[in-house]
Design a protein around this ligand. Structure first.
Ligand SMILES: NC(=O)C1=CN([C@@H]2O[C@H](COP(=O)(O)OP(=O)(O)OC[C@H]3O[C@@H](n4cnc5c(N)ncnc54)[C@H](O)[C@@H]3O)[C@@H](O)[C@H]2O)C=CC1
Ligand SMILES: CC(C)[C@@H](O)CC[C@@H](C)[C@H]1CC[C@H]2[C@@H]3[C@H](O)CC4=CC(=O)CC[C@]4(C)[C@H]3CC[C@]12C
Length: 410
């Protein structure tokens, strides 16, 4: 590495930086990346929480300097998206470090906006994506965002000379496949027929392939692009909207949820803070270990227990007063299949009037009903990853968040 961490002031760009995972990545970088000089937060929807960074109340950052609308220096006259910059003074272990946080409202499907945001960045952490398995967006839009958006990020790195790209992929790139084959405590090398039909896993698989294929391409300046892809399993933690939806559903049903999936179906889950930490560490080590990490995929994992999706959720919803009724599914599987299909019909019929997108549809039922768990240490072997948060800590933090939201819309 050219300079010591103390001297380097690097520019990081996080796409999707206001999303569930993205926000945790942003906060983790502010807390644990001593080389950070500027942090660009790029998102279609800038979150109100960015305003909190001004007070520094939650992240050891002291607010210094005004926050005004400053355009990023336009690249060759390319119009730049709305930009808000604020200067933070982050408190790191090695002392006080000034960090510029630049909030950029932009769209990854717009190549010029991506190029303007990437220009001058040392590292790009690309988490932006349309995480839709509920039929909210069309297959075309899902492809536009997840595939073309990723293509735009790659091309922006090549055109502007940014050399390091960490992509947030997904377990869904692997499975469950269309045949419902279980993936039982598998790793990155486990043979598995990754066949998909649903737009979301198809888009993630193609985007991941593009990222890995781009590894080694020469960027502006002649040096090689170094890429890797991280594959989280089901992420949980503060800000997980599906967990909040389950909590609200249970409150509506008098504090009860009804088992729909056999307890024997194991589903891999990973705490959002550990996923964020893995992103920060991979981004840091990608330069030093380019030969080993370049073009590689890594499952995201931690000490979260293997359980069914519903039983795992009850680790948090139980202490919040909910009860899961039934030791076995309360309705026969064929009835769930029928209800899932009915939901698709209703979604289609109601679409001209409103968006009806329930949790239960044929795809979510199939995924929930198929064992998919990982057991690997590849990230530890390749770049020294160890979970930052224990299972107990992850569980406590998630429970506190569920209690704090109280089923509200936050
Ligand atoms: N939530 C989960 O369980 C898992 C998520 N992932 C991946 O992690 C990444 C983040 O997912 P989540 O945080 O759960 O989703 P999220 O929906 O909370 O965050 C995605 C962010 O991307 C932004 N975005 C969407 N379209 C955009 C566009 N056209 N231009 C710019 N920004 C755009 C959204 O505004 C949002 O802030 C995604 O790539 C997803 O595929 C992978 C495995 C599991
Ligand atoms: C209604 C019941 C059948 C209920 O149990 C349905 C749960 C269902 C909403 C979830 C079960 C498995 C989840 C998916 C899994 O964690 C893998 C994922 C990876 C991603 O990249 C995005 C999210 C998701 C598809 C996740 C979505 C919610 C489930 C389907």
């Amino acid at each position: 590495m050219a300079d010591s961490a103390q001297a380097q002031k690097l520019v990081y760009l996080v796409t999707g930086g206001c999303g569930f995972l993205g926000e945790h990545v942003v906060r983790m970088l502010l807390q644990r990346e001593p080389r950070l000089g500027e942090l660009r937060v790029f998102d279609l929807h800038l979150g109100p929480w960015l305003e909190e960074l001004k007070t520094g109340s939650r992240w050891g950052s002291l607010w210094r300097g005004g926050c005004g609308r400053f355009p990023i220096p336009s690249q060759a006259g390319i119009p730049t998206p709305a930009v808000e910059q604020m200067i933070l003074v982050s408190v790191h272990m090695d002392g006080i470090r000034p960090v510029r946080v630049t909030a950029i409202q932009g769209d990854v499907t717009q190549a010029h906006e991506v190029a303007a945001a990437v220009a001058g960045a040392h590292v790009v952490i690309h988490t932006a994506g349309l995480v839709d398995v509920f039929g909210r967006a069309s297959p075309k839009i899902i492809h536009e965002v997840n595939v073309q958006g990723t293509r735009n990020v790659i091309e922006a790195c090549v055109q502007t000379g940014t050399r390091f790209l960490v992509y947030t992929s997904s377990m869904e790139v692997v499975g469950p496949n269309t045949k419902g084959d279980p993936f039982y405590r598998g790793n990155e090398d486990t043979p598995y027929e990754a066949v998909h039909r649903h737009p979301y896993p198809c888009s993630k698989a193609l985007a991941e392939w593009l990222v890995l294929e781009a590894n080694g391409r020469k960027v502006c300046g002649g040096l090689p692009l170094v890429t890797c892809a991280l594959r989280p399993t089901g992420i949980y933690g503060e800000g997980h909207q599906i967990m909040r939806d389950f909590y609200r559903q249970g409150l509506r049903l008098g504090g009860r949820l009804f088992r729909a999936i056999p307890a024997s179906v194991e589903h891999g889950r990973v705490y959002v803070g550990n996923v964020a930490w893995m992103h920060v560490l991979a981004a840091r080590e990608l330069e030093r270990r380019a030969a080993l990490m370049g073009g590689q995929v890594y499952f995201c994992y931690d000490g979260s227990p293997y359980k069914s999706y519903e039983d795992f959720n009850m680790e948090f919803l139980g202490p919040c007063g909910l009860r899961l009724v039934g030791t076995r599914p309360l309705v026969p599987y064929w009835l769930l299949v029928f209800l899932a299909a009915l939901n698709v019909l209703l979604q289609w019929l109601l679409r001209p009037l409103l968006l009806y997108a329930p949790l239960l549809n044929p795809y979510t039922l199939a995924v929930a009903n198929t064992t998919f768990t990982v057991s690997t240490d590849k990230a530890q072997r390749h770049f020294g990853y160890e979970p930052l948060f224990s299972w107990e800590d992850s569980r406590t933090r998630t429970i506190l968040w569920v209690q704090a939201t109280g089923g509200s819309a936050q």
